[in-house]
Design a protein. Structure first.
Length: 200
């Protein structure tokens, strides 16, 4: 049996392409060759594979914008109480909005390798949506936008804002029903930086 393989190399957070060839002709099995090429830039990993904070000192400061969205699914009973402002803890949408803004500002203290960013704007909008297909047919929909003028993007801050708002909705309503689901949290748009404009 002949078995040969090229070395797999890790360098500056990238996995180089590699090829593996195996010949089983001498034992009566069909010869086959597999080739896999991966190029994955991992900016938070150094040449030795250790985690580190990316050095952004040489990057120009530009306008950065990120928008993240998510939903808290709930049943009709809970939804109606939120809509009528009858949740005992207080106004769900107002408290969740403030929590979302706070979540954006606290991002670098939660996510270890995020840079502390001088945020210039955070907006968190919450909307009530019903008649959704599924067993939990109502939702609080959350959309967060974060802006700054800096060397790195604000996607994580937007995600943190949406996540904190969603968790707060859950916390405010859990005494009524724990049958809620936080879903679909993701970045839907970003602007600025080397990669420019991206939209879902």
């Amino acid at each position: 049996m002949n078995c040969t393989s090229k070395r797999i190399g890790f360098f500056f957070g990238k996995l180089s392409g590699f090829t593996t060839s195996v010949n089983y002709a001498d034992i009566g099995i069909r010869t086959f060759t597999t080739t896999t090429k991966l190029r994955i830039p991992l900016t938070h990993v150094d040449a030795s594979g250790n985690a580190h904070m990316v050095d952004v000192s040489d990057k120009p400061a530009t306008l950065r914008v990120a928008i993240a969205r998510g939903r808290v699914l709930m049943n009709r009973e809970t939804f109606d109480l939120v809509k009528q402002d009858k949740i005992k803890k207080g106004n769900v949408l107002t408290v969740a909005q403030v929590a979302g803004i706070q979540g954006a500002k606290m991002c670098s203290q939660i996510i270890p390798l995020c840079h502390p960013i001088a945020i210039t704007k955070v907006s968190v909008d919450l909307n009530l949506v019903d008649n959704i297909a599924g067993p939990l047919d109502c939702a609080v929909e959350i959309e967060s936008q974060v802006k700054c003028k800096g060397e790195t993007g604000v996607e994580m801050e937007a995600l943190s804002a949406t996540s904190a708002a969603a968790l707060t909705v859950f916390d405010m309503c859990k005494a009524v029903s724990k049958n809620m689901r936080i879903v679909d949290i993701r970045v839907i748009e970003k602007l600025g930086g080397k990669s420019g404009h991206w939209k879902e």
